[in-house]
Design a protein. Structure first.
Length: 382
């Protein structure tokens, strides 16, 4: 019996991506898998139903997708995921470390939940499956365009008959994937770019782009898994004081430091905002329900300080570049699915490092150690 891969239309407010593109559907067909797409699932990313049909996929209602699919792929967790049959696998950026209660609900519904955001990012074989990286690339690119749109000046130096205009001074805080893409994009647009990260390796990455490296003479924060470690209170205080003093000379500040499932570090304080010139722009890619890198930032919210500094909480920038973001995400899904399937059928193997990293629920149980720990902490607090 042929395994069916179902794609549902994203229902979250402002979410324009789709989990599988027509090209991705064609790739899965070549693997012997059947693909069924909810009517209109790709419209917001400019992929027509006809494109999916031409790629060999079937088009149906949401109810049909749930009824016929063995695997449901999504970008964000569908609110009606429990409509799927018992034993179905749900694959997406489910955010279950941040929302362990949802993991418990999916387990209770008998679904196998695969949270792509928990992929072990240091595994070389997993690079093509790394949706966090692909979406962070999109976010870093778009963050610069958002900042440029809100900034009242030019990014490049311009020499005109009316005189010469100096280039904008841009500071990017955090040199992970999103930060490095923001640095590269701002440089392409002609800005004078400076980057900062507490990790020594990331500082070398900044320098390799040709951008300046902000030197605060602070302790390195090298951590595991590609993320920065938490600084001690003394280290954090010294770093923050130096950063507050440096931020004021920039026209645009873009922050990108995120911590999976936890509150992101506060990098731009109220004091730092007060030091910025009127007309300056701050874009916070880490803005979420947990908080952000910038004092007072909230996801999908723009506000202006009393001194005239625009603060933009950029909650979900990849959704604003849906065609490119969906194309990259679909490639990640097409790379991951063969690891979860054997001879076209679902095969869960916790001896596989990739599966052990992303499979959160199976056979009615929350099996992922980190998510289980998060659930236990929640129970203790309540």
């Amino acid at each position: 019996m042929t395994t069916s891969i179902g794609v549902v239309r994203e229902a979250a407010v402002g979410e324009c991506r789709v989990a599988l593109t027509p090209d991705g559907a064609g790739r899965l067909q070549k693997l012997g898998l059947r693909v069924v797409i909810e009517t209109g699932a790709g419209e917001s990313a400019w992929f027509d139903d006809a494109d999916y049909v031409a790629a060999g996929a079937a088009i149906g209602s949401r109810e049909q997708v749930y009824a016929e699919s063995d695997v449901i792929v999504c970008v964000r967790p569908p609110a009606d995921a429990r409509s799927a049959r018992t034993g179905v696998m749900v694959v997406g950026l489910l955010g279950l470390l941040a929302d362990p209660a949802l993991a418990e609900q999916l387990a209770g519904a008998g679904l196998t939940a695969v949270s792509v955001d928990l992929l072990p990012r240091t595994l070389s074989r997993a690079q093509g499956m790394d949706a966090l990286t692909s979406q962070a690339n999109v976010a870093g690119y778009k963050a610069v365009l958002v900042a440029a749109g809100a900034y009242g000046g030019y990014l490049p130096m311009l020499m005109t008959a009316a005189g010469t205009t100096r280039p904008a001074q841009v500071l990017v805080l955090g040199a992970g994937v999103a930060g490095l893409q923001a640095i590269a994009t701002a440089r392409r647009l002609g800005a004078m770019v400076t980057g900062y990260d507490v990790r020594e390796a990331a500082q070398a990455d900044i320098a390799s782009t040709g951008a300046a490296v902000l030197d605060l003479a602070a302790t390195a924060g090298n951590g595991e898994g590609g993320y920065a470690r938490r600084l001690t209170d003394e280290e954090a205080q010294a770093q923050q004081g130096a950063l507050d003093a440096a931020i004021g000379r920039f026209d645009i500040v873009i922050t990108t430091a995120q911590v999976p499932g936890r509150r992101p570090p506060l990098l731009v304080t109220v004091d730092a905002l007060d030091r910025l010139r009127p007309g300056a722009v701050v874009v916070d890619l880490a803005a979420s329900e947990f908080g952000g890198n910038v004092a007072g930032s909230q996801p999908d919210t723009t506000w202006v300080t009393p001194r005239g500094v625009t603060v933009i909480g950029a909650g979900n920038l990849p959704a604003s570049v849906p065609q490119a973001a969906s194309t990259a995400y679909a490639r990640n899904i097409c790379a991951l699915l063969p690891v979860l399937l054997a001879d076209g059928e679902i095969r869960i193997d916790f001896g596989d490092e990739v599966q052990a990293g992303v499979v959160v629920t199976h056979d009615g149980t929350v099996v992922h150690p980190q998510v289980r720990a998060a659930l236990q902490k929640k129970e203790v607090r309540s």
